[in-house]
Write a protein that binds this ligand. Sequence first.
Ligand code: FE2
Length: 169
Amino acid sequence: MNNSISNLGNPGENYQKQLLEILKQLCDRPFTLGLLILALLLPKDLNLLKTRLEYSEKGQYFWLQLCSSFLIEAGICFWPPKQANSFKHDHFNSKALVLTLSGEILQTLYKVSRDKFFIYRQDIAKPLDFLFIDGWQIHGIKNVSNEWAFSLHLYALKRPQTQLEIAED
Ligand SMILES: [Fe+2]
């Protein structure tokens, strides 16, 4: 974990309460395949998430690490409704696969030319849609809907750091 992700903080504290309430409702009666996958991946006692959820102030999302080894890393992202910004980052040489479990997330891919970022592709991922992120690809993800969104993230190889932010002037 690096210093941009913390176990708790404001406004993460308020978001975490809201998130746990919503998860309790949804996992009690998962009514879509995506929510069923989510319920199977989460601990049965959702109160255990309180100590395992990490909050990114910069990205305004929660992260739950599921597994991590040299070859592969997996986790779940919990995106609050209507995020204003997403931060640009890459995963060095790690390739990523993102499966949206619930809600809708917007991914933006960037290219760089003469020290400037250019958007060259945007994709909305709905439940059970996949996003592929190649190594060295600068991107940002945010929730543009009014509902919480949840997504499963798989990385191969393991990311060198939890968050690899691109510094901007
Ligand atoms: Fe990423």
